[in-house]
Structures are given as C-alpha cells and as structure tokens.
Design a protein around this ligand. Structure first.
Ligand code: NDP
Ligand code: 8X3
Length: 253
C-alpha cells in the first residue's frame, strides 16, 4: 500500500518543499492551496508518484470538507497530514493593528488548521493510524514586539498540537509540531504586503533556514518507526537563539 501525504499550503515555501521531498520518499501527494496554477506546476514537477491537487481556502469550512469528501476512496487513506498553510499579515503595535489582518491570521492559522484537521481526523480514526504534523513557530513559544496576533495564533497552534496529541493518542494517531525560527520563504513578503525590501531585510546579514531544511525535518519525523513519535521540534538558523536574538554579522550565502 502506498503511503499518502496531504500537505496544505503546498504552493509555496515550506509546504511546496515538503510535497517535493515526501514525493521523493515515495509518498503519494495531495497538495492543497488557493493558487491553482502553482499547484498544477507542482503536479507536473513531481513525476515519480501520483499527485492530486485540491484548491480551497482553509478559511472556508464547507469548501475544506467538500474538497476532502471529493477525494476518491483510495486517496482518503491519508497517512500524513501536514498542517502548514498559514501566514503573518502585518506587523505593528497592538494599538495600531488592522482588524482585517487579525481576522486573517486567526481564521487561517488557527481555524483553518482546525477545519482541515476535522475533515481528515475521522479518516485516520477509521484506520486507527495516521500522523499529523502541525507547523507552529518560535512565535508560538515566545512573543516579540509587534508580533502580537501572529504570536497569539501560533501559541494557539502550540496548544492545539498538545491537545491533539492527548486526544488522539488512543486512536493510534501521532501528532508532531515543528516550530521554526527564520525561514526564507514568501512569508515576509506576505507579512509586509508585497514590500520586497522590507521582506528582504528580515533575512539580511545572516544565513536563514530554507524551506528545504524544514521539509527535511518533516520527512525525518514521518519516516520514524511506528513506535516513535518526535512530539516537538524547535529549529533555528545557527545565527538565531530566540525570537529576538539574531546575530547579523554574516553575509547570506
Ligand atoms: P509562504 O508564504 O511561502 O507559504 C504559505 C502557504 O500557505 C502558501 O502555500 C499559501 O498558499 C498557504 N496559505 C496561506 N493562506 C491560505 C489560505 N487562506 N488558504 C489556503 N492556503 C493558504 O510561507 P511559509 O512557507 O514560510 O509558511 C508556511 C508555514 O510556516 C506557515 O504556517 C507559517 O506561519 C510557518 N512558519 C514560517 C516561518 C518563516 O520564517 N517563514 C517560521 C515559522 C513558521 P496559497 O496562497 O496558494 O493559498
Ligand atoms: C515565523 C517566524 O520570527 O517571524 O513564524 O515569527 S517569526
């Protein structure tokens, strides 16, 4: 039986790198996101295993459920769910925060993760097997100035990961959480609403993590033997020690 992995947010960054790497490990891939063309390109790029794409916004509960329901029966035997879709929207003191940004972060990072999980967990329970990997953040372990609501959303992911592990252990489902520091993806471009200079500054003067580094960890976690669950990983670039302590005296290679 082939193993099947569903990766949310597979159109970019960590999700895309994870879909590519899990395909190299022989997983059949269900890649999801909103940008149809990028999903199509990813599907064409992966030639070694079958790939299905599902286009939905994780904020829309019915769309999420319908997309999962639409999978052919054999594709519903999902072994690995990578809850990766998410972003920061804006970065400002709480007193100047934009409510639309707050809602986007809570709706996508927290409620979206719940909607996808709710659609997939029953399929895993039926088979008494599965592995959920939630992408949290160092922002779910610490707060930093101007990070307020993004940090709150990732603290929620941290709480939900622990809670899922408690509730699902008796169902034979493993739950892992990966909490990265600075990863150079489209994340900062989204956070700063397309301001490329501002986004590039986030990674200036250090060698950040790359999406492939996180994909590597995800692949390691899901390929451990059945009796092993790596519950939590906090991962930084070598030049980072906390959300706010970053050494910027190196040139990015
Ligand atoms: P990217 O911006 O490169 O990728 C974000 C992905 O999330 C895209 O594929 C996007 O797909 C998807 N996504 C965003 N909003 C929605 C939505 N409403 N519905 C469906 N999919 C959505 O960022 P990263 O790869 O860096 O981010 C991936 C995860 O990693 C996020 O949860 C982020 O919080 C977390 N993270 C990132 C870090 C970093 O420094 N980069 C560090 C720690 C954690 P599309 O737009 O096509 O829908
Ligand atoms: C993304 C990393 O430090 O911008 O979660 O919050 S950070």
């Amino acid at each position: 039986m082939p193993r099947i992995a569903l990766v949310t947010g597979a159109t970019s960054g960590i999700g895309r790198a994870t879909a590519l790497l899990l395909a190299r490990h022989g997983y059949h891939i269900i890649a999801t996101g909103r940008r149809a063309q990028r999903l199509e390109e990813l599907q064409q790029e992966i030639t070694s295993v079958p790939v299905r794409t599902l286009i939905f916004d994780v904020r829309h509960r019915e769309a999420v459920q319908e997309a999962i329901n639409s999978l052919p029966e054999e594709w519903k035997a999902i072994d690995v769910l990578v809850n990766n879709a998410g972003n920061a929207h804006g970065m400002s003191p709480i007193q100047h925060g934009a409510v639309d940004d707050w809602e986007a972060m809570m709706d996508i990072n927290v409620k979206g993760l719940l909607y996808v999980s709710q659609a997939v967990i029953p399929l895993m329970i039926k088979r008494r097997s599965g592995h959920i990997v939630n992408i949290g953040s160092v922002a779910g372990k610490e707060v930093y100035p101007n990070g307020n609501v993004y940090c709150a959303s990732k603290h929620a992911v941290d709480a939900l990961s622990q809670a899922m592990r408690l509730d699902l252990v008796k169902e034979g489902i493993k739950v892992s959480e990966i909490n990265p520091g600075l990863v150079h993806t489209e994340f900062s471009e989204v956070r700063f609403k397309g301001d490329k200079d501002k986004a590039d500054n986030v990674y200036k003067g250090l060698k950040p993590l790359y999406a492939e580094d996180i994909a590597d960890i995800i692949a390691f976690i899901v390929t451990r033997p059945p009796h092993v669950n790596l519950a939590e990983v906090l991962v930084f670039p070598a030049a980072q020690a906390s959300a706010t302590v970053v050494v910027r005296n190196q040139e990015e290679e």
